[in-house]
Ligand binder design. Sequence first.
Ligand SMILES: [Zn+2]
Length: 94
Amino acid sequence: MASSQEFEASPSTIIVNYKECRRNYAIAVGGHAVDGCREFAPSGEQGTQQALLCQACSCHRSFHRKEVIGDGVVHTTHLPAPPPTVALGQPVAP
Ligand SMILES: [Zn+2]
């Protein structure tokens, strides 16, 4: 567990990054609203419970989009598309 890991340039090196937060705060009312957190940053030391919580938005790591980089290829998890945002006469922001 606590053993040091070597990150050498081996073909099997896989890097996992957690990107923007996808937590939907408006799911209870059928809407879609996220906190705007752009990248997961652990709140504590690796291996602790705190390491699974985002320092920026306090959400669990699982709410963040997972990006796996292996052999120079980026694999992005395919989450189900969020429900369409109901825009009442407002242009959809990019
Ligand atoms: Zn969040």
